[in-house]
Design a protein around this ligand. Structure first.
Ligand code: DGY
Length: 332
């Protein structure tokens, strides 16, 4: 019988053995996320929670879970967790930065190139029997070499996307709350601009900012109107950064040429959503980090975070390090 109890909200692509050495571990084995009431009960009965971005960890849950010592999310983003409440309660929250940077940047580029050269449309065209001849004006797309790439949020993933663009001699514009170092700007040949300028100048706009109250629906009608009508919009960050109705209007009226998104609002997207009828939109099911090696590393990091939290050690990757400075933590 172990001292600690941990609830893991899905089967993970890594061994739980290191965690099982110190805790009684219960894994939710269904393919869908656990229902909220069950998650609440488990949180209340647990010392540690290892969760996914599909699990809403809200204020009521955190406040009721008086034994909870750590919440460990298997993702870099953590907008599903009420961090303010967790911090206030002295509960450290772990996440998995860094290990998914390359996988997500690769998927961003896969979508970018697929949209620029109309790969998915071409595949549908072929399968539907419309390929009757070589057409000099058929399925024309955008040349990427020498084009301008606007990166909204030059963090880890935005930077990795920009590095890949160097191979295409692209001009990089970026927005960021703070300027990046002159060395990085020089390496990427990147220039920090205001969002309006980025939208007006870019041939491709790629979103790499976290979801927060200030980025919720950052892209609406006005932003799409400010873009070139030939522009391509890419989002591999979070669906709610974009107003989906505005994206539909932009793509169906020709305000922008095409889009490719790995994230939607809501997620998963309903099969009746009008966005799914658009030819000039590619949608993948939130697979930015979905490579074998990356998902394994993410799971291992999440396990390491939960183990550290149970032992009362500092999490290797903590979202809210303020918990280590709070007296409320000592009281728990
Ligand atoms: C994350 O980590 O936040 C991605 O969205 C899923 O890998």
């Amino acid at each position: 019988m172990h001292q600690y109890k941990v609830f893991v909200t899905r089967q993970l692509p890594a061994s739980l053995a290191p965690l099982e050495q110190i805790a009684e571990v219960e894994v939710w084995t269904e393919p869908q996320p656990p229902p909220h009431t069950l998650l609440m009960e488990q949180a209340i009965a647990s010392d540690g929670l290892l969760c996914l971005l599909t699990d809403p960890i809200d204020s009521a849950m955190l406040s009721s879970a008086t034994d909870l010592k750590v919440v460990s999310q298997m993702a870099v983003g953590y907008d599903n967790i009420d961090i303010e409440t967790a911090t206030h309660l002295g509960i450290p929250v772990g996440h998995t930065p860094g290990v998914l940077t390359n996988a997500t940047a690769d998927l961003t580029w896969a979508l970018l190139m697929a949209a620029a050269r109309r790969v998915v449309e071409g595949d549908r065209f072929t399968r539907s029997g419309q390929w009757n001849t070589w057409d000099p004006a058929g399925l024309l797309g955008l040349d990427l070499v020498g084009a301008t790439l606007g990166i909204v949020g030059l963090g880890r993933i935005g930077t990795a996307v920009a590095r890949r663009a160097l191979g295409f001699d692209m001009h990089i514009l970026y927005t960021s709350p703070n300027p990046k170092s002159p060395e990085l700007e020089q390496e990427l040949k990147a220039r920090r601009v205001k969002l309006e300028e980025l939208l007006a100048e870019s041939d491709v706009v790629a979103v790499h900012t976290p979801l927060s109250p200030s980025t919720y629906h950052l892209f609406g009608d006005r932003q799409f109107q400010q873009m070139k009508s030939s522009a391509i919009f890419i989002n591999t960050a979070r669906g709610s950064i974009v107003d989906p109705a505005a994206l539909h209007r932009a793509l169906s009226t020709g305000a922008i040429a095409a889009a490719a998104i790995d994230v939607t609002d809501p997620e998963p997207i309903e099969v009746t959503n009008p966005l799914l009828t658009l030819k000039n939109l590619i949608i993948t099911p939130h697979i930015g980090s979905a490579s074998h090696a990356t998902r394994k590393k993410m799971a291992q990091m999440a396990i390491a975070n939960v183990i550290a939290g149970l032992k009362g050690e500092r999490l290797p990757h903590c979202v809210n390090p303020d918990v280590y400075r709070q007296s409320v933590r000592e009281e728990r």
